[in-house]
Structures are given as C-alpha cells and as structure tokens.
Design a binder for this molecule. Structure first.
Ligand code: ADP
Length: 688
C-alpha cells in the first residue's frame, strides 16, 4: 500500500522514532496509521529485538486490521501477524506484529509489568479516548523511564486533540501526516427529522436516483436501527421503477457482526453497482471503507454512561460532538470530492454539539480500573491521583473504592487484599471475579464459571435475553417440540443462564439444539470457549486449590441453587436490593438508595401471592427510561446481613488512605458545564 499518505513519511517517522522514546502521529483516518506504521517499523528492523504491539480500542478493529496486514505481507494470520482480544488469542511464537485491544495489553502488563516482549508499543486511535487507552497513556509515561533504551512508544490520533497528548508527554514530538482529503460539501437539513431512520432512507434513495456513482455510508446509532434500515433500503431499492441505472448492495456494519460479514465491506463492489454501508460510529475512525463518496449523518450516537451517584447505567441516543461530525463528513472525501448530508440544521451543529467527545473515563464505572491499578502495586504511582490525561471525577473514584470494599477486594484502609489481588487477574468485572472466588471456596465453581461465561457473551452474542423468553412463541416451529428452555426455576436470570448452558451440555453441545431454541450457535460456542478459558485462569489464580468438579454439593444444591446464589450475593454485594413492603418495587441498598423495578424480561418469579422475593442482587441498573434491574437473582436475608454490617463500618476517608481525592476536570482539562455534558456514553459491545 505504497500510495497511502503515511508511507511517504517513512524516513521522517523513522528518524523521529529513533531520536525519541515517545512520538505522537496525527493523521487523517485512512492515512494508513493502523495498517502501515507497524509494517514500516518491521521493515526497519524493530522486530529484531521484540514484538511490535498495536493496541485498538475495539475488538473488531484489532481483528480486521491484523487480517489486512497479514494479507499485505502475504503471511498466515496468527504467524508473523496475529491478534489478541479478550478470550481469543491468535498469535504464536512466530508473531512479530501483534494487534491487541487496549484491555488485553493492560492485562498482559499485570504478569509482565515492563512488557519486555515488546520493542515497540503503538497506542492506536488515541483520539477515541477509551478508558483503557487513557490508563495505558499514564502507564507508558512510567514505562518509558524504566525502558528508555529499548522501548519505543508511538501514539496515533486522527484529530488535532493529539496536541493534548503531546503536552501530557512533556512536549514529545508530534508528526502531522497530511492526508489527501478532497473537499466535502456539507448539506444541512432545514429542521430535525421526526424519524431519522425514515429520513436516512429517503436521503439514501434520493442519492441513489440523482447522484453519480459512489458508495454511500450511513451512520446509525445501533444494531437494531441498522438492521431495520438495511431491510427497508433493500426493499426500496428493489422496487425502484425508474431512476438510477446502478445496481445496489446494502451492507450492515457493527461490532457484533460475524467476522465473515465484516470483511464484506472491504471487498470492492462489482462495477456499475453502488454500495450502501449502514454503520455505527465504528466507521467514523476505526474502520475505513474505500469508495465512499456520500455520507449521511443522523447526528446521533448510542452512548452508555455510568452515573456514580446512583450506580446506574443509561444507554441513550445522544448528539455527537463537532469532532465526530467532522470525522463522519471526512469519510466522504477520501477518493474524490464528496457530499455529507447532515440530517440536522447548521444551528444545531454550531450551538448544541459539544466541541469534543467526553472521554470514556469520565462516563464509566471505575471499579475494575481502580482494582487493576491497585493490583499493579507500583510504589511510585498514587492511584487516586494517577496521572490521567483527563482525570475522572472524585465521585466516581469514591464510588469505585466503596464497591471494591464491599466485595473485600480492598481493606478498610484502601489497600488491596490478597483476594483483590487474585480477582484482578481474572478478565472479568470485579463482581463476577468475586463470585468465582467465593464459588471456589464453597464448591460451586463449575456453575459459577458457566454463569460468568454466559454473562460475558450475553450482550453481543446471545440473542438479547428477552429473546430467550420471546422464543417460546416459536415453539410450534421447532422440530423438537418437547424442548423448552429452562426458566431459572424462578430464582432469576443467572440461574436461567446456567440452566440453558447445562441443557446444551446435556444435549452434547448439539448445534441443532441451539437453532431449535433460537440461540445463536456462534454465541453459545463462544460461551463454551470462554468458560474453558476462565477455568484455566482460575486454575492459575487459585494456585492449585481449584474445586471445579461438578461436585456432589452442586447436586445437593441443585434444587434451590443455594451455594451459587450465596456466592452471587457475596460477589454482587454492592448491587443489592430490598423489596418494598407490599408491592413489587425494590430499593437498592448499599451506599445508594434508589427505587427500582425488576426488568420485565427477567426470569425472576413471583410467589403464590404474586410477590417477588425480599432480597435480590442485580447485574446492572439501567435507566430505560425507568430504573430497571437487569439480570436479577433471588438471595436470602441472612446473606445480606454481613454486607449491611460492613456498610456500617464504611469510612471513605480511610478507604482513600486518608488523602483527599483530586477533583476531576480541574481547569487544565476538559471544562464542560453540567448543562453541556451529555448524559451518556459509548456502546460497549465492540470494546475489549
Ligand atoms: P488509519 O489507521 O490511518 O485510519 P488504516 O491503516 O486503517 O488507516 O487504513 C488504510 C487503508 O487500508 C484504507 O484505505 C483502508 O480501506 C484499508 N484497509 C484497512 N483495513 C482493511 C481491511 N481489513 N481490508 C481491506 N482494506 C483495509
């Protein structure tokens, strides 16, 4: 790919990298940062002394770019070029260029804090400002001092925000790679559409009928809308009686698409054919699709945000930032002058859009990250005042400490416990890690591993859980009509997930069984694989004292799943709720009090009087728009009492080691007024 802009700068890049431990490279999306930088450094001998690691915030980008680079170098994927994403490692001893998610690199640094296997680390897509990349930026600052003589760090960004990263690294050199971007004409709508799906459809058809050849990239907010629009577009294009003499192909693009479908967007279309790619914000900067001349931008993105004061997640459709809008428009000008149709008025862009996207660190639960940083045990790093490009709020740091304290990962004085140390080694959120540790103590690890694996796959790979329930209506269509998906025996969703997997196990992992039950085969196979990997990791973590047999005790508790539910109660101690008297609403206990409901899709059953159990744990709280508990499990009062006792002793000053936690957004950082802050964040489905 000698014609990509970055390749023209090879000499300058090599000279700067040679002379400096850290280099920031800013280049337009599509200039070749992800695919070419690693190859340039490989050509110039940087793989002789170690591996070149390239981090990506998104799983799909890590896989796709690795595949591309392997193809360009003419090697087998997994040999010289490989990738590692959570629960999937396609590297070998031969691997010299390794694409990996930022989360996987963080995990690697747990067992090898100096990351000695790497001669070069490229933190790609730094403009995305993912939580894990932000932590890595802080760690790199330290690492470079330790390995000044044999490590090179490159940070790439698609936006000028890279200057901020350069300041963070004490004015390290910034190389600007000018991309050849053709002019893009921006066309605004006069007003906001009532339905952006219909408006996107109409605009796409207008382009198809009126405009010369060139592919169309349409930004939608999520998988559901993408699938709907793809269907509608296909119908509409087929029914066109007159107009475009071009054929059309409509392709979806999002993080949970099977790999074989993802690669379709990179295949050039047949001649005389226009492609419509309907995508999430993944095509904004992570993946570059050639041939796009028209962009349709609805101006929205689906974001997930954690609110530390309520412990609640919201998944909302919110307005994009100006930076994102400009990135989207830029996609139209890569091969020739293009057009961007903004389905909103220019006033909205000017007055309502934030200048830059709020970094993920300021909109996420930090329990996992704080535990991680504490487990590194770096004497020179003060976790609460960790050197972040943009620090999180003190409220979310406090929230993280309290959560960790309730699940025994840290002691009352904030120091990490040996349990916490073991938990940090598991690639799971702290609540599930704690559940596994407890389950191992109490003889139900085999079940807990299944629950953890099912939950890890649930959002992206299984049909949404409600489909498990909905699928019953498909009963007649099934071949094995005697089959019925388990219902959790009334104990709730964790138990239901366990029973589903166990039933599949009893059916010898039969693919037909999955199909008959409307369960995605790929998703279920993934669960099986994740379960196996978790079991291996537990083997290491528990240092031999692993109790993974499907024990007699498991069988004994089979009827009421008591040991497993108790382990869940310990793991989810910061996510407990108590039923309100005489109605089915709950109040969260722990350090926040929130009135919440059981999600309507839940498998949790009411008793003969129509009442839910008195105490439950939940996997997450979501505001959609009412506060709901998702994935709920019934627990017993006697297991809740120790948690309440612990709560009484909670002292945040002691937890933070007697020091005050620095306020986030302290002037030199993003300074957004509350009003300007959007209320939500990035969909996490395609992250690590
Ligand atoms: P950047 O990182 O600067 O955004 P990339 O290195 O990702 O740029 O992309 C450079 C070129 O490689 C683009 O033209 C893009 O279309 C192409 N490319 C990237 N990944 C793939 C892939 N998986 N298959 C085919 N082409 C790809």
């Amino acid at each position: 790919m000698a014609n990509l802009p970055i390749v023209q700068f090879e000499e300058q890049i090599i000279k700067t990298v040679e002379d400096n431990p850290i280099t920031v490279i800013i280049g337009e999306t599509g200039s070749g940062k992800s695919t070419q930088l690693s190859q340039i450094l490989h050509r110039r001998g940087y793989t002789k002394s170690g591996v070149i690691g390239v981090t990506q915030p998104r799983r799909v980008a890590a896989v796709s770019v690795a595949r591309r680079v392997a193809q360009e170098l003419g090697v087998q994927l997994g040999d010289e070029v490989g990738y590692a994403i959570r629960f999937e490692d396609r590297t070998s001893d031969l691997t010299r260029i390794k694409y990996l998610t930022d989360g996987v690199l963080l995990r690697e640094s747990l067992s090898n804090p100096e990351l000695n296997q790497y001669s070069v680390i490229i933190l790609d897509e730094a403009h995305e400002r993912s939580l894990n990349t932000d932590i890595l930026l802080g760690l790199m600052k330290r690492l470079i001092k330790l390995r000044a003589s044999n490590l090179k760090v490159l940070i790439t960004s698609a936006t000028l925000d890279g200057e901020k990263v350069s300041q963070f690294f004490s004015e390290c050199p910034v190389l600007n790679v000018p991309g050849k971007l053709y002019p893009v004409e921006i066309l605004y709508s006069r007003e906001r559409p009532t339905s952006y799906l219909e408006s996107s459809l109409k605009t796409a058809i207008d382009i198809h009928v009126r405009e010369p050849e060139g592919d169309v990239l349409i930004f939608m907010t999520g998988q559901d809308d993408i699938e709907k629009l793809v269907r509608k577009l296909e119908e509409k294009v087929q029914s066109l009686e007159e107009g475009s003499c071009l054929d059309a192909i409509v392709l979806p693009l999002h993080g949970s698409l099977p790999p074989e479908q993802q690669v379709r967007v990179f295949c050039p279309p047949p001649s005389n054919c226009r492609r419509f790619v309907v995508s999430t914000n993944i095509a904004e900067t992570s993946l570059t699709i050639d041939g796009v001349v028209y962009v349709i931008d609805c101006g929205y993105v689906k974001q997930r945000q954690y609110n530390p004061s309520t412990g609640m997640y919201s998944l909302d459709v919110v307005q994009i930032s100006k930076v994102q809008a400009n990135q989207r428009a830029g996609r139209a000008g890569r091969t020739r002058p293009g057009k961007c149709y903004r389905l909103y008025p220019s006033r909205v862009y000017q007055e309502e859009f934030l200048d830059v996207t709020v970094p993920e660190i300021q909109r996420s639960s930090l329990a996992g990250s704080v535990l991680y940083l504490k487990s590194l045990d770096l004497p020179d790093i003060d976790i609460l005042n960790f050197d972040f490009v943009d620090p999180p709020s003190s409220e979310s740091l406090e929230d993280a400490l309290k959560q960790l304290y309730l699940i025994d990962a840290i002691d009352a004085d904030g120091s990490i416990s040996s349990l916490g140390q073991s938990m940090a080694e598991l690639p799971l959120e702290p609540s599930l890690s704690r559940t596994l540790m407890e389950a191992n103590e109490n003889g139900c690890l085999s079940q807990a591993l299944t629950v953890a694996a099912m939950l890890s796959a649930e959002t992206s790979l299984l049909p949404a859980q409600r489909s498990v329930h909905v699928s019953r209506s498909n009963e007649k269509k099934r071949k094995h009509t005697s089959l019925e998906l388990p219902d959790g025996s009334g104990w709730g969703d964790h138990i239901q997930l366990l029973q589903i997997f166990e039933q599949w196990d009893q059916n010898d992992y039969d693919i037909g069984w999955c199909k008959d039950n409307d369960l995605r085969v790929r998703g279920m196979k993934f669960v099986k694989d994740v379960r196996k990997q978790l079991c291996q990791i537990m083997q290491k973590v528990a240092k031999g004292s692993l109790d993974v047999r499907s024990s007699e005790r498991d069988k004994e508790s089979q009827r009421d799943y008591k040991t497993l539910r108790k382990a869940l109660c310990v793991g989810y101690a910061s996510m407990l709720a108590e039923k309100m008297i005489q109605h089915n609403g709950y109040r969260t206990i722990g350090f926040k009090h929130q009135l919440v409901q059981v999600h309507p899709s839940s498998a949790l059953k009411t008793d003969d009087y129509g009442m839910y159990p008195n105490y439950v744990v939940y996997h997450e709280l979501i505001a959609t728009p009412r506060p709901y508990m998702r994935n709920v499990c019934a627990v017993e009062m006697k297991w809740v009492i120790p948690v309440l006792k612990k709560l009484e002793k909670l002292n945040i000053n002691k937890l933070s080691g007697g020091r005050s936690i620095r306020e986030g957004n302290d002037g030199k950082h993003l300074n957004l007024s509350e009003k300007e802050k959007p209320s939500v964040t990035e969909a996490p489905d395609d992250r690590e």
